[in-house]
Design a protein around this ligand. Structure first.
Ligand code: ADP
Ligand code: VHF
Length: 373
């Protein structure tokens, strides 16, 4: 297996864990946050789009509330998270401000990723923030989640965010230098794994040592996150957050930690996932021009190229695109419900707002959500 070069990666999710952020439970490590921020500002200058997934709300809330032991009651945990989240976003906002970079707070729950209309909204909003040069700071929406539906650890959330935005790279910063052949807290001589395939099943046994006192998932959730990220073609680096230049060095392929490689590139992975969907909720009948355009140019499908629709689909559902004879041409995720689509088909972009009563997406199906059949 060849080692991929990270120098051309363009969209990163950086996940910073509780164990690192809170200096072993002594409050937010502001110096460390300033250091990561400086590195991320440099990465932004080099044109890399960044989404930060930051843990630490519960740990910081505990410090602010004077609690020395992690509470077990759900509402205590949620209260601590709500208090601590303020500290987290304040810290990032003031550090990034020194580099004239805006931050944005995004709190996500399970439904925001699994419900298709919310998924499209989260994806669209994050993409827009990245275009605007903003660094979104993501955490789980701890205040409202229940045990059954919480991600729990932010490694999983980081991977889901990487899937959501088709990131090229997920960087998981933690308190160890990477994945070791066994837990270095129990076995100080364990060897650092520098490079492996994300789907290598032997990694699970190495990572089974549990988490530290403040972290949630330990190394196992990081390995599983790498596997999840690989589904959207995202490579993962697990590295020690305290190491000098750990983020910036990645651009020159200096990986100070463990690189877990995905097999496919993000767009190819997304197209394969789209092609594998079989449950279609409706169909769009395209005019000849739109059929030719889709086949030749790979552009997005605009409402103007659709002659008729059938089925009772919602925003975020899968639909099949057919030609005038009913032959399938493409399939994809539609941006409008059937009722809304009915109002805008055949219309140019300028007329859409009048027909809908609001300004929505200009595409009926975005090119990234469309695959030819
Ligand atoms: N094979 C391993 N290699 C490295 N660390 C491991 C391994 N197995 C278990 N761990 C533990 O995982 C911990 C990091 O996970 P965690 O405490 O959840 O931190 P974070 O808050 O950064 O997610 C390390 O402190 C380490 O003790
Ligand atoms: N949402 C939680 C994060 C949970 C957590 O600690 O995750 P992790 O850092 O991955 O072990 C918080 O901000 O406290």
């Amino acid at each position: 297996m060849d080692k991929p070069s990270l120098s051309k990666t363009q969209r990163w999710v950086v996940k910073i864990g509780s164990a690192l952020l809170t200096a072993g439970g002594k409050g937010l490590d502001v110096e460390a946050i300033a250091n990561w921020t400086a590195q991320m500002a440099e990465l932004r200058q080099r044109g890399i789009e960044l989404v930060l997934v930051s843990s630490g709300a519960v740990a910081e809330g505990m410090t602010r509330l004077g609690w020395s032991q992690r509470p077990s009651s759900l509402h205590d945990l949620q209260a601590a998270a709500a208090v601590g989240q303020m500290g987290l976003v304040q810290a990032y906002e003031s550090c990034f401000k020194q580099y004239d970079i805006h931050t944005a707070q995004i709190l996500l729950g399970h439904d925001d990723i699994s419900a298709r209309d919310r998924y499209l909204n989260a994806r669209g909003t994050i993409a827009r923030l990245l275009e605007l040069g903003v660094v979104p700071v993501v955490n789980e929406n701890d205040t409202v989640v229940t045990d059954e539906i919480r991600f729990g650890d932010n490694d999983t959330l980081g991977a889901l965010v990487a899937n959501l935005i088709d990131a090229d790279l997920l960087v998981i910063l933690t308190d160890q230098q990477g994945l070791f052949a066994s837990d270095p807290r129990a076995n100080p001589d364990a060897e650092l794994i520098s490079f492996a395939h994300a789907n290598d099943a032997s990694l699970d046994a190495m990572a089974s040592g549990g988490s530290g006192a403040l972290g949630r998932g330990g190394m196992l959730t990081k390995v599983r996150a790498a596997r999840l990220a690989a589904r959207s073609g995202t490579h993962t680096v697990i590295a020690g957050g305290a190491l000098k230049n750990v983020l910036v060095d990645l651009v020159s392929d200096k990986v100070q930690g463990t690189l877990l490689v995905a097999e496919q590139a993000p767009l190819a992975a997304r197209k394969q996932w789209l092609a594998g969907q079989s449950q279609m909720c409706g169909s769009l009948q395209l005019d000849d021009g739109a059929v030719a355009m889709l086949r030749s140019s790979g552009k997005s499908l605009l409402p103007v190229g659709v002659a008729a629709i059938s089925g009772n689909f919602d925003r975020g559902d899968f639909v099949v695109c057919v030609d005038a004879k009913g032959v399938a041409v493409a399939r994809g995720i539609v941006n409008y419900s059937a009722a809304e689509a009915q109002k805008i088909i055949g219309k140019g972009s300028a007329a859409m707002q009048g027909a809908l009563g609001y300004q929505g997406d200009v595409e009926l199906i975005h090119r990234d959500n469309l695959v030819l059949v």
